[in-house]
Design a protein around this ligand. Structure first.
Ligand code: NAD
Length: 281
């Protein structure tokens, strides 16, 4: 029997061998001293991300429309020993997006992580979707991410890098019935993610998106109401995921934490699917 050639270790010579980093010693948190701006961070998935990022050491900026829920989120984070501020922001408005970034810099001096999470859904076919609903969906889900990124990226470049996490959807990967504008917007977000990842890799800015299946949030309740009622539809929504249940916002937050932290240092332009197997078949 012929012996196998010796492994070519030279290929790996330029790669550092894994060393415990000084920042990752005992007690250090993965987002220690980072500044994270989260749109729609006062509800559902965005709120779970804000809570987790703050617990993992980040200074958090909640940029959202509902002021009462925004302040309530900030109070809860501060009460738990974290740092957070609320900035009123409608992501459809260029001026609001610019102000949200400027307030972040005023408050914390830097911006390392942007989470484009704010989103809306209308459950309708193209025939039933009004022009107003179409524009609202595109302006919130796609233009909002463009505007926030446009203003955030120059600050990340000054820091020598940064991370953008876009919250897309499994409806950005496969089509779904009665969600025409939403599917179009989330498909756009998946490719916007890849385009931005290519444009800004040289500046050490990583851009990834998360594609969740159904997540237990007010948005999902609203969708089920529109489609026939929560009581009737919830068991069907649970059953359509091969893991037999709906995702929790905290599970999406864990994926966002991975993408925002150095643990994913070589990940950019990717779509992380968190859907209990929904799109595997
Ligand atoms: N819940 C799900 O099943 C599910 C699945 C896949 C993807 N998503 C995506 O996750 C993200 C978060 O949704 P969620 O389920 O937590 O819903 P949610 O309704 O609980 O939260 C959405 C947040 O976005 C905010 N928002 C909406 N329009 C805004 C605007 N113009 N400006 C600023 N903020 C605005 C809302 O006020 C709210 O805070 C969305 O992008 C959604 O499309 C949700």
């Amino acid at each position: 029997m012929r012996s196998l050639p010796a492994p070519n270790t030279r290929r790996f010579e330029n790669f550092p061998s894994p060393q415990p980093s000084p920042q990752r010693g005992e007690g250090a948190r993965p987002l220690q001293d980072k500044v994270a701006l989260i749109t729609g961070g006062n509800s559902g998935i965005g709120r779970a991300i804000a809570d987790l990022f703050a617990a993992e050491g980040a200074r958090v900026v909640i940029a959202a429309r509902d002021e009462a829920r925004g302040h309530e989120t900030v109070e809860a984070i501060v009460k738990s020993g974290g740092q957070a501020i609320f900035v009123p922001c409608d992501v459809r408005q260029a001026e609001d997006c610019q102000k949200a970034v400027e307030r972040t810099i005023e408050a914390f001096g830097q911006l390392h992580i942007l989470v484009n999470n704010a989103g809306i859904v209308y459950r309708a076919t193209v025939v039933n979707t009004t022009e107003e609903q179409w524009d609202d969906t595109m302006d919130t889900n796609v233009k909002g991410a463009y505007l926030m990124s446009k203003h955030a990226i120059p600050w990340m470049m000054r820091n020598g890098g940064g991370v953008i996490v876009n919250i897309a959807s499994y409806y950005g990967l496969v089509g779904g019935k009665e969600a025409a504008a939403y599917c179009a917007s989330k498909g756009a977000m998946v490719l916007l993610t890849k385009a931005m990842a290519l444009d800004h890799a040289a500046q050490n800015i990583r851009v990834n998106c998360i594609c969740p299946g159904s997540v237990d949030t007010p948005m999902l309740d609203q969708e089920m109401e529109e489609l026939g009622g929560v009581e009737k539809l919830r068991p069907l929504f649970e059953a359509k995921h091969p893991l037999g249940r709906i995702c929790s916002p905290a599970e999406v937050a864990q994926a966002a934490l991975f993408l925002a932290s150095d643990g994913s240092a070589f990940v950019t332009g990717s779509s992380l699917v968190i859907d209990g197997g929904l799109t595997a078949g």
